[in-house]
Design a protein around this ligand. Sequence first.
Ligand SMILES: NC(=O)c1ccc[n+]([C@@H]2O[C@H](COP(=O)([O-])OP(=O)(O)OC[C@H]3O[C@@H](n4cnc5c(N)ncnc54)[C@H](O)[C@@H]3O)[C@@H](O)[C@H]2O)c1
Length: 253
Amino acid sequence: MRKLENKVVFITGGLSGIGKACAIAAAKEGADIILADFKSDKVNKVIEEIEKENVKAIFVECDVSKFKQVETIIQKVIDTFGTIDIALNNAGIGGTASKVGKMTEEMWLQVVNINLNGVFNCMRHELAHMWKQKKGVIVNMSSVMGKVGFSTSSHYVAAKHGVIGLTQTAALEYATDGIRINAICPGFIDTPLLTKIGINNHADAKQRIIDLHPMKRLGKPEEIANGFIFLASDESSFISGTTLEIDGGYLSE
Ligand SMILES: NC(=O)c1ccc[n+]([C@@H]2O[C@H](COP(=O)([O-])OP(=O)(O)OC[C@H]3O[C@@H](n4cnc5c(N)ncnc54)[C@H](O)[C@@H]3O)[C@@H](O)[C@H]2O)c1
């Protein structure tokens, strides 16, 4: 028996990096997958990859920072699939590096609107539905930066700390409703996000980041997906309101 047989899994930011690896891992465990992301030329390829596992996969165009849009999309998904059993609120961006005293309002809001408000927007509508069905699992993507600071990333750090507070509070609110809510805190993972924030294309910067991890390497998206499957499945049936650090030892130094 596969761990997520016949479950409906809603994944934001599912076309790339960690979200895509989680989508493929969930499909291998028998789940149907809804990928919510910006429109992109990757859609058909990712859908094909998921469908190889003999499950259903659909793409919905979505900007998680838009409250009303998220509400409409989640309602449409429920109308089509009948339910959302598991949600992975994963969409996120790195943002532009700056010290607090030089950060513009635009730089701050861009990150907070996606990485924190986007998680709230999704949880708001997922939980309204899960509360009615009296079951569900939510996994939010935080970061090691949800636990400690990182110079020039105050927007990202604040948003990821916020995701943990939101996760813990919602876990308390829904603990007796059959709904479990947890967060994952990855260390630096080798995904296109690292290229977008200029780490992958500069050998020195990349080495400095690698050296922050006691294991002296970056993580792989599949290593985060393993944690996601654990938190999404009944194997973690007594776990709620916690954070799973998958970070090569980053937070132990
Ligand atoms: N890569 C890392 O080192 C790392 C470490 C810790 C946490 N994370 C977190 O993991 C998550 C996934 O990151 P990744 O490394 O896979 O990045 P990625 O850039 O490879 O993928 C992110 C995906 O999110 C989508 N996205 C961005 N903004 C969106 C929006 N407003 N609405 C819908 N979709 C949106 C992008 O289109 C993309 O497909 C993010 O929340 C990120 O902060 C990443």
